[in-house]
Design a protein around this ligand. Structure first.
Ligand SMILES: [Zn+2]
Length: 404
């Protein structure tokens, strides 16, 4: 049975811990009570709580191992992202840590991270591979992600095969073969084994070209998988046009995109997934948010959780930064982490049963009861979990009122 809620003018709790000499029956006025078939989960004054759809983090690299604190210090001292990458840091540093870790370790680290995300009100998380780089490493990472997907006590997981993220040292002399293998046998295998719902590639000046990414996008479509792409983080090399051409659900980063790229996204209905924590760490200028708004490009806000450029697990932090840094309105930030995030993951929209990201009849019972007086306050208590109760499919998975 799902969780059920009742609101009433007076809830007479008879609870000794709430009772006072003036209120011996411990009545909570204008209150709500939530319960399932086993027990009451929460009682409190309605005025003290806001209820929203469960937050959806539509872009994370959260299946990592290791730590890049040394690199962070270098970066803050002025070292450039691409210089760090060229020296074997960045993605390649996490590649080495993931290569050395067992599937079990990766699964445990990911589960712990997802549990902390749930405490912040997140009920669905997109998790990318992309630190395995070689087929065996990618398989290991995707299997670790699949373990988290099977665990109903964690937020729901949407898995993405990040087919082209960085070129490992071993493939320096065989780039074409590396891209071809990713876009043929690997995409097919991932689809057949249902290890991912989406395929992704990092399209940028010093990453992969539009032509290389097109190969994996076309393979994804043939295999029945969705496409989402990293584009325009450092340079506009035509990634938005590729997104439109292959029907990508989501174009992510977008610090660099020109008017024709914005037009392409608007026409194809591709959502713009914005990652302010990465811009913050890299001290970048914001994406052209006003132009997205004007063109009618739907905006998503995501954490980009990764050990290098977005060392956070907090979607509420990304939402908070998106307002002063990017110029989103607080309302846009909330929609970007609920309804639009669900759309970008194919979890809402035409023909989707039990849609997420909205509270409506027929929607999945993914909800958060916040210990906040108003939904706009989700953007304010930075870094602090302010959740009473976090429900996935009507069952508590986190929150101060959730006892494990
Ligand atoms: Zn990313």
């Amino acid at each position: 049975m799902s969780l059920v809620g009742i609101a009433a003018k007076r809830i007479v709790t008879c609870d000794v811990s709430r009772a006072t000499p003036d209120n011996p029956l411990a009545v909570v006025e204008d209150a709500a009570v939530l319960y399932d078939e086993h027990s009451i989960s929460w009682i409190g004054p309605r005025a003290a709580a806001a209820v929203t759809p469960g937050l959806i983090d539509a872009h994370t690299h959260s299946a990592w191992a290791g730590s890049r604190h040394d690199e962070y210090a270098l970066r803050m001292a002025g070292a450039d992202y691409r210089a760090i990458a060229a020296a074997g840091g960045g993605i390649l540093s996490t590649y080495r840590a993931v290569t050395a870790a067992s599937e079990e370790t990766l699964a445990l680290e990911l589960a712990a991270r997802l549990r902390r995300m749930a405490e912040l009100g997140v009920t669905t998380v997109e998790v990318k591979s992309g630190y395995g780089l070689e087929p065996d490493g990618e398989r290991k990472q995707l299997r670790a992600i699949a373990r988290a997907r099977a665990d109903a006590s964690l937020p729901s997981v949407v898995a993405t095969y990040l087919a082209l993220h960085a070129l490992p040292e071993s493939a320096r002399g065989s780039r074409d073969y590396y891209v071809l293998r990713a876009s043929t046998s690997m995409v097919q295998e991932v689809a057949q084994q249902k290890l991912a719902q989406f395929v992704d590639a990092y399209v940028d000046e010093k990453a992969f070209t539009v032509d290389e990414a097109r190969l994996v996008c076309e393979a994804a479509r043939r295999a029945g998988l969705g496409v989402r792409l990293h584009i325009g983080q450092f340079a506009d090399i035509g990634g938005a046009q590729l997104c439109a051409e292959v029907g990508a659900r989501s174009a992510d980063h977008l610090e660099h995109i020109d008017a024709s790229g914005i037009d392409a996204l608007a026409k194809s209905g591709t959502l713009a997934t914005l990652l302010p924590v990465a811009s913050f760490t890299l001290r970048q200028d914001p994406p052209p948010v006003a132009a997205f708004r004007e063109a009618g490009v739907g905006m998503v806000v995501a954490s980009d959780a990764n050990p290098g450029t977005a060392p956070t697990e907090s979607l509420p932090l990304a939402m908070a930064l998106s307002v002063p840094m990017y110029g989103l309105t607080p309302t846009e930030a909330i929609l970007g982490a609920t309804r639009n995030a669900a759309l970008s993951l194919g979890l809402a929209g035409h023909g989707v049963s039990r849609p997420r990201g909205t509270l409506a009849s027929g929607a999945r019972a993914d909800m958060v009861v916040w210990d906040l007086p108003h939904e706009l306050a989700i953007l304010q208590p930075w870094g602090a979990p302010k959740t009473h109760l976090v429900l996935r499919k009507g069952r508590p998975i986190a929150g101060s009122a959730h006892s494990r």
